[in-house]
Write a protein that binds this ligand. Structure first.
Ligand SMILES: Cc1ncc(COP(=O)(O)O)c(C=O)c1O
Length: 407
């Protein structure tokens, strides 16, 4: 087989239908977020405003986080030198797990090198370790949950997105004696909508299932101490396991699950994607501890982020731009065409120094291509006015019907 031809064809197909991804080379500026330096392909640089970062609270530049990381680097060096089993369990890991268990009001927590791996390890092992397990998975669950469930080998039932009665129907059709897991997210990252967590728990409890909630896009941002939507709604205790990331609102890197000590011990002892990989760098763990401690004690940052999200949403709507009316901080502006979406993003960057990544298939369904805008507490009124004005101008120039109407 001519492999190169096959690979060239694959890339050509992606380019043809607008799925080919290009990375823009950014240099983050530690005290200027959301401004960053774009290293252009022509060798020049340009300051840009980032509107699509998941560093939702700007914790990636917070002085407490940076100080903790610097101190730990000086104290402990760069890597850990091993898996958790083989010399890789550092005191920063233990401190972080204690902090996370406390954040979610759970007995224990276990950290991983990313949120993606957390889902793979936790769902992959639980589904495998309970004979004849049935996993009920929301239709819009993240790729990492889908991969975890697939890897577990458990039978999978997909319920319509956020549809509690469909979940109930599916669960009712499965033998009551079988072990069951209900896996879903709180804030869905592409549409910014929120799951009816209490109602999901009602159904899961009725059928005696383990509940597994991915709060990756909610931890740090919702709840009195930033414990997520489950904390905000007073239902965290009803969820068996809560999974989260350290890479978004906590500004660092890594992921975790929090839950009953016995289940956490089972994952720790039997998940191969935890056992056979080097542990998180100590400075990342220390930075995450500092971020969580700060976020727990500073609700005003999430309040400012929520205010900014509401303000920008009103401005986008006021300009007639097709922003989804989400109940979260995620503001998707629907374009509905892959090539147009990419072109809008390019012109925003080149002509207006604004960076919003186009979101195309497979991250969203074809025809649902969008700009996913994520305001932070650091975006100012001027940033917002510039963004809305630029979207209207670029869209009008490119013949984007929604922006033409807005103009
Ligand atoms: C819902 C959800 N879960 C898990 C992840 C993976 O988290 P991480 O980026 O820490 O690997 C993501 C990533 O964006 C996500 O959107």
């Amino acid at each position: 087989m001519d492999f190169n031809r096959r690979f060239r064809d694959l890339i050509a197909d992606m380019k043809l239908d607008g799925r080919y991804r290009t990375f823009i080379e950014l240099e983050r500026l530690a005290d200027e977020f959301p401004t960053a330096l774009w290293h252009r392909p022509d060798g020049g640089t340009q300051r840009v405003t980032v509107w699509c970062s998941n560093d939702y609270l700007g914790m990636g530049q917070h002085p407490d986080v940076l100080a903790a990381m610097h101190n730990t680097l000086d104290l402990s060096g760069a890597g850990t030198g091993g898996t958790r089993n083989i010399s890789g369990t550092n005191r920063q890991h233990v401190a972080l797990e204690t902090e996370l268990a406390d954040l979610h009001g759970k007995e224990a927590a276990l950290i991983f090198t990313s949120g993606w791996i957390s889902n793979l390890a936790a769902l992959g092992s639980l589904g495998r370790l309970m004979p004849d397990c049935a996993v009920f998975s929301d239709a819009l669950n993240h790729n990492s949950m889908i991969e975890g469930i697939r890897r577990s080998g458990a039978e999978r039932f997909i319920f319509r997105h956020n549809d509690v009665s469909h979940l109930d129907d599916l669960m009712s059709g499965v033998d009551a004696a079988r072990p069951k897991i209900v896996a879903f997210e709180s804030v869905y990252s592409m549409d910014g909508d929120v799951a009816p967590i209490a109602a999901m728990c009602d159904v899961a409890e009725k059928h005696g299932a383990i509940t597994y909630l991915d709060e990756v896009h909610a931890v740090g941002l919702y709840g009195a101490r930033g414990g997520g939507i489950a904390e905000r709604e007073g239902v965290a205790h009803r969820l068996t396991l809560i999974e989260g990331t350290l890479a978004k609102a906590f500004g660092a890197m890594g992921g975790y699950v929090a839950g009953p000590a016995l289940i956490i011990d089972v994952i720790r002892s039997l998940a191969d994607s935890f056992i056979f990989t080097t542990s998180l760098c100590p400075h990342l763990a220390a930075g995450a501890v500092a971020a969580i401690q700060y976020v727990k004690a500073h609700p005003e940052d999430r309040a400012r982020q929520a205010e900014n999200a509401a303000r920008l949403k009103a401005m986008l709507k006021g300009a007639g731009l097709p922003v989804l009316d989400t109940p979260s901080h995620i503001l998707p502006v629907i374009v509905g065409d892959a090539h147009l979406c990419r072109r809008i993003s390019e012109l925003l960057l080149v002509d207006h120094c604004i960076y919003v990544q186009p979101i195309n298939y497979p991250m969203v369904a074809r025809g649902q291509e969008r700009l996913r805008i994520t305001p932070t507490p650091f975006h100012t009124e001027t940033h917002m006015r510039d963004l809305v004005g630029a979207l209207v101008n670029v869209g009008r120039d490119l013949g984007w019907a929604a922006a033409r109407q807005a103009a």
